[in-house]
Design a protein around this ligand. Structure first.
Ligand code: SF4
Ligand code: SF4
Length: 429
C-alpha cells in the first residue's frame, strides 16, 4: 500500500515500523475471508485491509482520530487470523497495537466508555481486586436485564453476566523436585486465570513435575500486561512487561531457567512479544529478548517430551484452538498431538480458524459481536458431539462455557488426568 508519511514522521521509530507494515500490504483482500468481523458485518472497514487503510490515514494525518476510525479499530478482535492468511507477511498485530495506543492518547471517548475501560484496567490485572469484584458482581447479576436496556451500560451488563456463579479457592499446588530432574521452568501465575480456574495451573505443575521439571514461581511476577495493551494503555503494559522481565531475569541469574511456561495463550502471545514491545528501551532490550525466547505455551513445551504412565480414558474431545495460540503463536499441532498421544479421541470443529469472540475484554466492550461469534463457535463445537471441550486459553473457556452444555476444560487438565492426576472438576459437575 502506498504511503505518504513525511521524513519527520518517519524519524519516529514507531511510525517508521508501522509504515513498513503498511507498505507490505498489496491489497489482495485474501485476509477478508478469514476476518471474523468482516465475515459477520460485511463492511470493508471491518476487514483487515480496510482497517489498515483507516490506520494509515489516521497516522499520516497525525490528527485526532475520527469516531468512525475508532469504531472500526475497536471492533477488531486482535485475533490475528489475518496474519495467518496474509501471503505478504503483513504484521497486523504491531500495526493495530500502535493504532490503539495512538487512539488512547489522542481521542476522548464518551464518559461511560472511559469509566468501563478504567474499571477493567484497574481491576482485572490484580487478582485480589478481581476476586472482590467477582463477589460483588454476583450480587449485581439480577440487575443485568435492567442495565442491558441502556446502550452505554451494556459493557457493565456483559461484565456482570460473565461473572462465574461460584468462586473457586485458589490453593497453590506444591511443586516437587523430580528425582532425576531434567531442569527447571518458571510458570506464569498471571491474573485472571488463577482466580477463575486455579485448577489449570495446579494441573500444569503436576504434569511438568511428572515430565521431570521443577516448577518455580518468580517473586514479583504478575499480570503480563496483555489486557491493558489491547486497550491501548501502552504505558501500563510496559510497566507490566518490565516487572515480569525483571522477575524472571532474577531466576535466570540465580540458577538458570529452561523456559517460561504459560498456560493462558493470550498471555503467551504478549510475553513472546516483549522483545518488540521493549526494543527501544536500552535497559531492557536484551533482557526482554531473552524472556521472549524462553516463553513457551505449556503444550508447545510438553510436545518435546514423552508423557509418562498413561491412563487411557475413552472419551471424545472437541478441541477449540484459541486464536492467540494458532494465529498469535502458530502453535497448532502440539495440543492435538498431546491429546491424541494421551489416548483421547480428538475432533476439531468447522470454522476452527474463527475467533470465539472472547479476545481479552472484547466480550465486555463489544458484547453484540462477541455474542454472535460465541454462539457460532459453541454451535460448531456442539455439532461434534464430544464428551468434553478442551482449549488452551481461559478467555475462550469462559466464553464457550457460558453457552455450551458440554463441560469446558483446559488441555493441560486432560493431560494431567491421563497421567495420573484428578478428573477435571468441570467434568465432575
Ligand atoms: S492479505 Fe495481507 S496483503 Fe492482502 S489485503 Fe490482507 S493484509 Fe493486505
Ligand atoms: S485481527 Fe482478527 S478481527 Fe482484527 S482485522 Fe485481523 S482477522 Fe479481523
Amino acid at each position: 500500500m502506498q504511503t505518504h508519511f513525511t521524513a519527520a514522521q518517519l524519524a519516529e521509530a514507531r511510525t517508521a515500523t508501522s509504515e513498513a507494515v503498511i507498505r507490505k500490504c498489496v491489497r489482495c483482500g485474501f485476509c477478508t475471508a478469514t476476518c471474523p468481523t468482516y465475515v459477520l458485518l460485511g463492511d470493508e472497514r471491518d476487514s483487515p485491509r480496510g482497517r489498515i487503510y483507516l490506520i494509515k490515514d489516521m497516522l499520516e494525518r497525525q490528527r485526532k482520530p475520527s469516531s468512525e476510525t475508532v469504531k472500526h479499530v475497536d471492533r477488531c478482535l486482535s485475533c490475528l487470523a489475518c496474519m495467518t492468511t496474509c501471503p505478504s507477511g503483513v504484521h497486523y498485530m504491531h500495526l493495530v497495537d500502535h493504532a490503539r495506543a495512538y487512539i488512547e492518547r489522542n481521542y476522548k471517548r464518551p464518559w461511560s466508555e472511559r469509566l468501563i475501560r478504567r474499571l477493567l484496567a484497574e481491576i482485572l490485572p490484580f487478582p485480589r481486586r478481581f476476586r472482590a469484584a467477582l463477589r460483588m458482581a454476583r450480587l449485581g447479576r439480577p440487575l443485568v436485564p435492567f442495565i442491558a436496556r441502556f446502550q452505554s451500560l451494556k459493557p457493565l451488563a456483559s461484565m456482570l453476566a460473565l461473572a462465574p456463579r461460584h468462586m473457586k479457592r485458589s490453593a497453590e499446588t506444591r511443586t516437587t523436585l523430580p528425582d532425576s530432574a531434567r531442569g527447571r521452568v518458571a510458570l506464569l501465575r498471571g491474573c485472571v486465570e488463577p482466580v477463575l480456574q486455579p485448577e489449570i495451573q495446579q494441573a500444569a505443575i503436576r504434569v511438568l513435575n511428572r515430565v521431570g521439571f521443577e516448577v518455580l514461581r518468580a517473586p514479583g511476577e504478575a499480570c503480563c500486561g496483555a489486557l491493558v495493551h489491547h486497550m491501548g494503555r501502552e504505558a501500563d503494559a510496559l510497566v507490566a512487561a518490565k516487572r515480569n522481565v525483571d522477575a524472571w531475569t532474577r531466576l535466570i541469574d540465580d540458577g538458570g531457567l529452561d523456559a517460561v511456561i504459560i498456560t493462558a495463550s493470550g498471555c503467551g502471545t504478549t510475553i513472546k512479544d516483549y522483545a518488540f514491545m521493549l526494543r527501544e528501551d536500552a535497559g531492557y532490550r536484551e533482557k526482554a529478548a531473552r524472556i521472549s525466547r524462553l516463553a513457551m505455551d505449556i503444550s508447545e513445551f510438553l510436545a518435546r517430551y514423552e508423557l509418562p504412565k498413561l491412563q487411557m480414558h475413552e472419551i471424545t474431545v472437541a478441541y477449540h484452538s484459541a486464536c492467540s495460540l494458532q494465529h498469535g503463536q502458530k502453535v497448532t499441532d502440539a495440543p492435538l498431538r498431546l491429546l491424541t498421544a494421551a489416548g483421547y479421541d480428538v475432533r476439531t470443529p468447522r470454522e476452527s480458524h474463527l475467533c470465539c469472540g472472547s479476545a481479552g475484554v472484547y466480550n465486555i466492550l463489544q458484547a453484540d459481536i462477541a455474542n454472535r461469534l460465541g454462539d457460532r463457535k459453541a454451535w460448531h463445537l456442539a455439532a461434534l458431539g464430544a464428551d468434553v471441550i478442551a482449549t488452551g486459553n481461559i478467555g475462550c473457556a469462559t466464553q464457550i462455557a457460558a453457552r455450551a452444555d458440554t463441560p469446558v476444560v483446559h488441555t493441560i487438565e486432560l493431560l494431567d488426568w491421563a497421567t495420573g492426576g484428578p478428573k477435571p472438576t468441570a467434568m465432575e459437575q
